[in-house]
Ligand binder design. Structure first.
Ligand SMILES: *Cc1c(COP(=O)(O)O)cnc(C)c1O
Length: 358
């Protein structure tokens, strides 16, 4: 087994793994499970600082992104897609699949979105039903300031969809203060549960958009409206993956009991960046460094494959290359969730430095 230091999936604590082995009930018929599910959703809402309802969906992180677009998009809707990375751009595909008209706002992939430039753009064109924003664009590690971007969008009555799958709990997220209508999260990043679950928070605005649609959502699984009244009616739209949810609950209990989590992420991310720079490496980004993942350039004369393979061979540690526009160019260290300990970060840095030494 490798020590995984990838930007998701991340390491999973023993109590989370054991929670997944608990005895199972019938989640459709056991009324206690409805309470367990609802309490888990409420715990997630409180950790994300929101009064909005959270839903846990049975599917990996991508399901949350697609469900948000499927539920909010009607044919012909103009949707603003903020694009400064692979996941940013990727939202356009989901918008298109559900008949919307994505309008890409594409800016430099090396930098966070400049809020005043975005404001200038919006002054001229703001007729959008909603906008999509990626908090941390994981393939490049660039972090966008959703605390400023979302309120700006709301100033123009544009609903906000945020993918914070790889940022939340390593970065501060306050759904209500930031004015996020749909926030998408995943189990396998800083939450540090195994891959397989996504969760979304939905504001009243988002719920109203779904309720007032003229054309029904062109999907069952991706329709966030199908959970309406599940608790009162004791009726899930499909059978819930009970063991996955037991594990997720344990992971969120760990987060609740770890008040230093955000500070630790900040401190270790700084250490990763500073140590790389001190040892002659170049970071990919020029601004917007995330506390969850660091991307650095493959040093001249080496390949990403060589560094990744040697890390496995010599140190039994798994780090990641990247994909899309970044394939072959960068190496990524995931320092989020259970990965984010002083020891783990030291080991991965020592390994990389010694492998790349001339
Ligand atoms: C991981 C991740 C997702 C979920 O998709 P994967 O299939 O796990 O890659 C969505 N958005 C972002 C920004 C992610 O990092």
């Amino acid at each position: 087994m490798y020590k995984i230091m990838t930007p998701g999936p991340t390491q999973v604590a023993e109590n989370v793994r054991l929670a997944r082995a608990k005895e199972c009930t019938n989640p459709d018929l056991d009324l206690e499970f409805y309470d367990f599910y609802k309490e888990t959703c409420e715990l997630i809402s409180s950790l994300l600082h929101t009064e909005n309802e959270t839903l846990i969906l049975s599917g990996e992180g991508i399901l949350g992104l697609e469900a948000a677009c499927a539920s909010l998009t009607e044919p012909g809707d103009r949707v603003l897609v903020l694009d400064n990375g692979e996941f940013g751009k990727g939202f356009a595909d989901f918008v298109k699949i559900y008949g919307g008209e994505p309008v890409l706002y594409t800016v430099d992939y090396k930098n966070e979105i400049d809020v005043s430039q975005l404001e200038q753009f919006l002054e001229n064109d703001n007729n959008f039903k909603y906008a999509t924003v990626v908090h941390c664009d994981t393939p490049s590690g660039i972090l966008n300031d959703i605390s400023k971007i979302c309120p700006l969008l709301k100033k123009y009555q544009i609903a906000t969809v945020v993918d914070s799958v790889s940022a939340m709990f390593g970065e501060y997220v306050n759904v209500d203060e930031f004015q996020i209508d749909v926030l998408c999260g995943g189990s396998q990043k800083a939450v540090s549960a195994p891959a397989g679950l996504t969760f979304v928070t939905m504001s009243d605005t988002a719920k109203d958009i779904i309720k007032n649609r003229k054309v029904p959502v062109a999907s069952f699984y991706c329709n966030l409206g199908i959970f309406e009244g599940y608790y009162e009616n004791k009726w899930f739209p499909y059978t819930m993956p009970i063991s996955d949810i037991y594990g997720l609950r344990a992971a969120f209990d760990n987060i609740k009991n770890d008040p230093d989590m955000l500070k630790r992420h900040e401190k270790l991310a700084k250490k990763v960046r500073n140590t790389l720079l001190e040892n002659g490496f170049k970071l990919y980004g020029e601004s917007g460094y995330s506390n969850t993942v660091t991307a650095f350039l493959v040093p001249e004369g080496l390949t990403d494959k060589y560094i990744i393979d040697e890390m496995k061979k010599r140190y039994n540690i798994m780090i990641a290359g990247s994909f899309g526009a970044f394939a072959g160019k960068v190496i990524r260290i995931g320092h989020m969730g259970e990965n984010a300990t002083e020891n783990n970060v030291n080991e991965v840095l020592d390994g990389i430095i010694s492998i790349c030494k001339k």
